[in-house]
Design a protein around this ligand. Structure first.
Ligand SMILES: Cc1ncc(COP(=O)(O)O)c(C=O)c1O
Length: 370
């Protein structure tokens, strides 16, 4: 067997021939930016998430950055005002804060779900704190209610980083992106709904934020060649919007397939050296963008699986605050995040995996010996 972590060729092929038809139709239209395809996708994605506004962006990092830039302009936040972000996340969550002239404050995660820990969050709030970015990492929703409760008491904005959680629902049926004040999505090709290149989106119910963010993403323009504010160039293009509209129709079905594979892993993997996520219990508020397992001999497990033809990835080997790019934070310690970063290994999980491959992954992991 040779099982890729993610097979983008297979995934892309599964949308043919309609995918090529939609792309051809944009090419024929001669209209590549700020057009009908983007308008249609923004409307559908806002409806899907259960919010009033969606603004397409060039990527997920820009979506986060533009939200922060917009709040900074609307509420006159000062340079270096603080934004709390989990210590364990993809680096973009933290980079967006620095790039909008604000200061990241890292917060250790919960050992139960590897997500922002609400108790730790409250301890980090100072008079300079303006917002919290809660990251639905691996596709699992944060405890947004607890985070909102704290944020409201301290007048903080809650920004969901939903780059890994398209379609995830809480028990009340609310989807990722609809719970906080604003949310950022990434449509990087490997996401549960991926573009054929980079794309992202902001969703919110806040009209002023939506208008400001749309202007910032388009050079700060209020109308053509009239620039009301400082902005950037970060727009979803028409080809990506056409691709994403097609893929959105299948997102729920694909997420259900991911959840079924996750159930199979929860029921099938039973090696004492390999810990399952979420205390070994399937959780339906995850769309399993990533299926993490944990092992004290993680590197050995990764080599063993590679030898057996199973590709895996580590999310993430170096925490943001330990990166060269965040030198000023290198000495800070986050015990839970640090433990996760040395033990985590992501095993293949995507809708195109077949039963034989899933069974092979389970059997191979069960035969692993330290
Ligand atoms: C949690 C998280 N936040 C933000 C991003 C940034 O998205 P993009 O790669 O589209 O800039 C990603 C992308 O991988 C991510 O996983």
């Amino acid at each position: 067997m040779n099982i890729k972590y993610l097979d983008l060729t297979k995934i892309t092929q599964s949308f043919e021939p309609e995918l090529s038809h939609r792309i051809q139709s944009v090419i024929r239209s001669g209209w590549f930016l700020l057009g009908e395809e983007t308008r249609v996708f923004e409307k559908s994605f806002a409806n899907y998430c259960g919010v009033r506004h969606c603004i397409g962006t060039g990527n997920g990092l820009d979506a986060l950055k533009i939200i922060l830039m917009a709040y900074k302009q609307i509420y006159q936040w000062r340079d270096n005002d603080e934004v709390i972000v989990p210590a364990h996340t993809f680096i973009a969550s933290a980079e967006s804060i620095v790039q909008s002239g604000l200061r990241p404050v890292f917060c250790d995660i919960s050992p139960d779900d590897y997500l922002l820990n609400a108790k730790n969050l409250e301890l980090l709030i100072t008079p300079n704190t303006r917002a919290v970015i809660c990251v639905h990492l691996y596709g699992k929703l944060c405890d947004v209610d607890a985070i909102i409760d704290i944020a409201r008491r301290h007048h903080l904005k809650v920004i969901e980083d939903a780059a890994q959680a398209h379609g995830a629902k809480n028990v009340s049926g609310q989807r990722a992106g609809s719970m906080g004040d604003a949310a950022a999505f990434s449509f990087y090709p490997a996401k549960n709904i991926g573009a054929l290149g980079d794309a992202g989106a902001i969703v919110t119910n806040d009209e002023e934020l939506a208008l400001t963010a749309r202007q910032i993403g388009n050079y700060g323009q209020s109308k053509k060649y009239y620039h009301l504010r400082q902005g950037v160039n970060s727009r979803m293009d028409e080809i990506q919007a056409a691709v994403l509209s097609l893929k959105l129709d299948r997102l729920d079905k694909d997420n259900r397939t991911r959840q079924q594979i996750a159930v199979y892993y929860f029921e099938g993997i039973n090696n004492p050296h390999v810990m399952l996520p979420y205390k070994g219990v399937f959780t339906s508020d995850s769309v399993y963008h990533v299926f993490p397992v944990f092992c004290e001999q993680r590197d050995l497990l990764q080599c063993y699986l590679a030898d057996a033809g199973i590709e895996t990835i580590i999310h993430y080997p170096v925490l943001p605050n330990k990166q060269e790019a965040f030198k000023a934070y290198n000495q800070q310690h986050f015990p839970v995040a640090e433990k996760i970063s040395v033990q985590e290994l992501s095993i293949p999980l995507h809708p195109q995996l077949n039963n034989a491959e899933i069974q092979y992954i389970v059997n191979t992991i069960n035969q692993f010996k330290c």
